[in-house]
Design a binder for this molecule. Structure first.
Ligand SMILES: NC(=O)c1ccc[n+]([C@@H]2O[C@H](COP(=O)([O-])OP(=O)(O)OC[C@H]3O[C@@H](n4cnc5c(N)ncnc54)[C@H](OP(=O)(O)O)[C@@H]3O)[C@@H](O)[C@H]2O)c1
Length: 339
């Protein structure tokens, strides 16, 4: 069913059990009603990110503690990031007007793979004037994560930083942000992505399919691993003694997590490195900061593929394969033409 402004139902990508991409199906569901201080947004674009396939698959297993042990019981409509048009204001919501073009993230509430989503008004920003809604929808998951972990690692001008996994959604924004902060960036990715990361500002590139980044004898002030594949020994080999080894991603398996904890303890005890990990904590200020960089032309969205809502399972399949360039975006059919 196609939604209209007065309709009480909408199309959404829903999953009722954990499993492969095909468990996500488009269904007609109740259109959300904005609560106090919330805004109803007609979604124009939303990304499919790593968090979406991890929740859909319950990988790692710990996700079941958050979203239902046997089946998804909290977030049944996935999707974190979005951009769209304000359609209705909840009571007390005064920051936006109907028709405003906004972007934001619902975080662990998810729900953006739908024609409409409700969000707290203080979690929104007006779309940067010089970008499309599609581009605006794509920067927050990777951008906020990259910003949070670069700052946690103590990013500073003049530093030499190695960014491993530089072409994914965290990587493409980490490269641009590290350059913004004045660092010298060596980006590690596969052959097909070398030109992309150079175009984003990387000073040097390493093709991990042909070269071991730790073999060249270079020493970095920070090693920033977005995917968790750089390897502890190799990373410490090229990290200055006691420097930050930032691990954003990883398999999340109990074995890998345990090994990571032991390695971090050992590195701290011996003073070999400061191992940094954890979960991203973003803020409204971070979102406005990324918006200002987009407006200044210093941060650009990277979109690999676009899918319709009906192609949601295909999009999940592609994202889960782990080799997307930047972002994958779902474009909603009923969204208004862009202004
Ligand atoms: N800690 C947190 O709060 C937090 C927040 C966000 C994301 N994450 C996690 O961070 C990870 C990355 O997220 P993302 O959104 O950037 O993922 P993504 O967009 O899927 O990108 C993954 C990138 O990893 C590269 N890659 C895949 N296999 C590789 C390998 N064996 N060696 C080197 N590079 C490899 C790919 O590049 P090539 O195609 O060139 O191989 C791809 O560009 C995910 O595990 C996600 O769950 C954690």
């Amino acid at each position: 069913m196609t939604s209209t402004m007065g309709a009480t139902t909408m199309k959404a990508a829903v999953y009722h059990r954990y499993g492969p991409p095909d468990v996500v199906q488009v269904e007609s569901v109740a259109k959300p009603i904005p609560a106090a201080n919330q805004v109803l947004i007609r979604v124009h674009a939303a990304t499919v990110c790593a968090a979406d396939w991890r929740l859909r698959k319950a990988d790692p297993f710990l996700i079941r503690l958050m979203n239902g042990l046997l089946k998804p019981s909290k977030a049944k409509v996935l999707g974190m990031e979005f951009a769209g048009t304000v359609e209705l204001l909840g009571s007390g919501a005064t920051n936006y007007r109907v028709g405003d073009q906004v972007f934001g993230s619902t975080g662990f509430k998810f729900g953006t793979h739908a024609e409409y989503v409700c969000a707290m008004e203080d979690s929104l920003s007006l779309k940067p004037g010089n970008t499309t809604l599609e581009d605006a929808s794509a920067v927050l998951f990777g951008g906020i994560t990259a910003l949070y972990f670069l700052r946690k690692g103590g990013i500073a001008a003049g530093q030499k930083i190695l960014i491993y996994g530089a072409s994914g959604s965290v990587g493409v924004y980490a490269v641009q942000l590290a350059k913004h902060f004045g660092a010298h960036v060596t980006a590690v990715c596969s052959t097909g992505n070398l030109e992309l990361v150079k175009s984003l500002g990387a000073d040097e590139v390493v093709d991990y399919t042909r070269e071991d980044f730790s073999a060249a004898g270079r020493v970095y002030d920070m090693v920033f691993d977005t995917v968790g594949c750089s390897g502890f020994t190799r990373s410490l080999k090229c990290l200055k003694r006691g420097g930050p080894y930032v691990r954003v991603g990883g398999s999340g398996s109990p074995g890998a997590m345990l090994a990571g904890i032991f390695a971090a303890q050992w590195a701290a005890m011996t003073g070999a490195a400061k191992v940094i990990g954890g979960i991203t904590k973003g803020s409204a200020e971070d979102q406005e900061f990324l918006k200002s960089l987009m407006e200044a032309g210093q941060l650009k969205a990277v979109i690999d593929r676009r899918y319709s809502l009906d192609q949601i399972a295909e999009a999940h399949r592609y994202v889960e394969a782990g080799h997307k360039k930047g972002n994958v975006v779902i474009l909603l059919e009923t969204a208004r033409p862009q202004m």
